[in-house]
Design a protein around this ligand. Structure first.
Ligand code: NAD
Length: 468
């Protein structure tokens, strides 16, 4: 039994209960929404290194009030049923909150990917895909996995390819997983999506001065001092965009093997390269073994982007950040959440903050089913129409259009422009509805409860209209 995973599931359920109480839904429906519909455990053998290894995988389906169900697959030695069920539940609430038309699911393979060679991982992933496919736990219409901790484009490409082999006559096979490389039916902007969504979420929060002042901060993101835990896919992109585009200072990064601290701002790209070359942060300028000193340092914003249960009742009082944005799933336990909230910390909750991934996965799934890239039909038409407009303005005024603006104005949107625009819209609107809900009723204690309430109301409406 992994107590961290048990605590994670219990925290998600307690947060759900608190919000459901405020929504006021009947107990029977509340119970139905709360529990996972099914969780499969698969055990399969793969012959590697002259030995038969038995691997354990999970796929939990939390709610099928909308199908397909959606959720990542993580590769982690610590995964278990409690963890996938907690993550699957969060997916249900997340999709409802950002209006992605999916139910919630999540999967895991109990494995440390660093212990295996790529060709071995490929065989394991393909065997896992076969086990999932046999049970309809991967399918464009029923269950669509995506990357999570320890998996990325490469694993999604293997899964999609294996599914295609098993279903050669199906038309929409690419839509069986999202987060694929662009060359294998992926969408531009998916790799960066979750980190990009964290950036858009923070930008929107800073457009709500009332919320920012509640946390004790003011002004804009520029110059804000940020600490990030986990410089993987999500943490790296969030840190990179916030420092490059919003002029925030990344002063601390915590990783598995220690931390890096630099009051003047860390070179995020340089550190990311260093991690890839050496396997950790050790040896980088500002390295310290004392990760806890970085976790508890004076900073404005803390971005946990690694794993769950990192802020507990034991260390919550030591965290000094004014804002915590949960890029990871479940980094703050239920009790720690209350302690931080009581001292005025603004917590931007996981079910909203890291929804950028599923949002762009939704765009990818639509692209796969539509079999056409976004922007393909209208890009040149937009260009021509704008050229005509420019010509008309020049003719009417007798003046030349400024050269430096011309190229930007006439250029039609690329797929990446459209993906970022769609994601920005979802993240802005998401924050607006959550914040409005929070301020609408003094009984609603925080953004998390408000977000959860909105999700529960939408799921309740979906069940009610089905007559269940
Ligand atoms: P990843 O594997 O790319 O990165 C995780 C990073 O955290 C790695 O760099 C790892 O070394 C580091 N890490 C692991 N244990 C650590 C520890 N104890 N202390 C400090 N650092 C540690 O994974 P990811 O895809 O970036 O996912 C991170 C979190 O974001 C997870 O909670 C995941 O569920 C969540 N998430 C991911 C996505 C996505 O699109 N990838 C979407 C939504 C939510």
């Amino acid at each position: 039994m992994n107590t961290r995973n048990q605590d994670f599931l219990s925290s998600v359920e307690r947060m759900f209960d608190q919000a459901a109480e405020l929504v006021g839904i009947p107990d029977d429906l509340r119970h139905k929404i709360k529990v996972a519909n099914s969780t499969y455990t698969v055990r399969f053998g793969v012959r590697l290194r002259n030995k038969l290894y038995t691997f354990v995988g999970y796929r939990s389906v939390h709610s099928e009030h909308r199908e397909p169900v959606k959720g990542g697959i993580r590769y982690s030695p610590y995964a278990d049923q409690d963890e996938v069920e907690a993550l699957a539940a969060l997916m249900t609430y997340k999709c409802a909150l950002v209006e992605a038309p999916f139910g919630g699911s999540k999967g895991a393979l109990v494995i440390d990917p660093n212990e295996w060679e790529p060709h071995e991982l490929e065989r394991i992933t393909r065997r896992f895909t076969q086990e999932l496919a046999k049970r309809n736990l991967i399918s464009p219409a029923q269950n669509v996995p995506a990357p999570d901790m320890g998996t990325g484009e490469r694993e999604m490409a293997w899964m999609a390819d294996e599914y295609k082999r098993l279903n050669p006559n199906e038309l929409n096979t690419w839509a069986c997983v999202t987060g694929k490389p662009v060359s294998k039916g992926g969408i531009r902007g998916r790799v960066e999506a979750t980190g990009r969504g964290v950036q858009y979420a923070l930008q929107e929060a800073f457009r709500h001065p009332q919320d920012i002042e509640h946390s004790g901060l003011s002004g804009t993101l520029a110059g804000k001092r940020i600490v990030v835990q986990g410089l993987g896919n999500v943490g790296y992109h969030a840190a990179q965009f916030l420092s490059q585009e919003d002029d925030a200072l990344i002063i601390g990064v915590m990783e598995r093997d220690g931390a890096v601290y630099d009051e003047d701002g860390i070179d995020v790209d340089g550190l990311h390269k260093h991690i890839h070359e050496t396997g950790g942060v050790k040896g980088f300028k500002g390295f310290t073994n004392d990760s806890n000193s970085v976790l508890t340092c004076n900073c404005d914003i803390f971005i946990p982007a690694a794993l769950e249960g990192v802020i507990t009742k034991e260390n919550a009082d030591d965290i000094k950040a004014n804002i915590i944005i949960e890029a990871a799933n479940g980094p703050i336990t239920f009790t720690a959440n209350e302690m931080l909230r009581d001292r005025g910390c603004l917590i931007i909750p996981d079910l909203y903050a890291n929804a950028g991934g599923v949002t762009v996965s939704y765009f990818e799934w639509v692209k796969n089913i539509g079999h056409i890239r976004f922007g393909r039909m209208q890009r040149r038409q937009h260009e021509r129409q704008t050229m005509d407009m420019v010509a008309a303005v020049e003719e009417m005024t007798g003046a030349k259009f400024p050269e430096r603006l011309l190229a930007r104005i006439i250029q039609g949107p690329t797929e990446l422009d459209l993906v970022r625009s769609g994601l920005d819209d979802v993240m802005r609107e998401g924050y607006q509805v959550i914040s409005a809900k929070w301020h609408s009723d003094p009984r609603i204690p925080d953004l998390r409860t408000a977000a959860m309430m909105i999700a529960i109301e939408r799921i309740r409406d979906s069940y009610t209209s089905l007559g269940i």
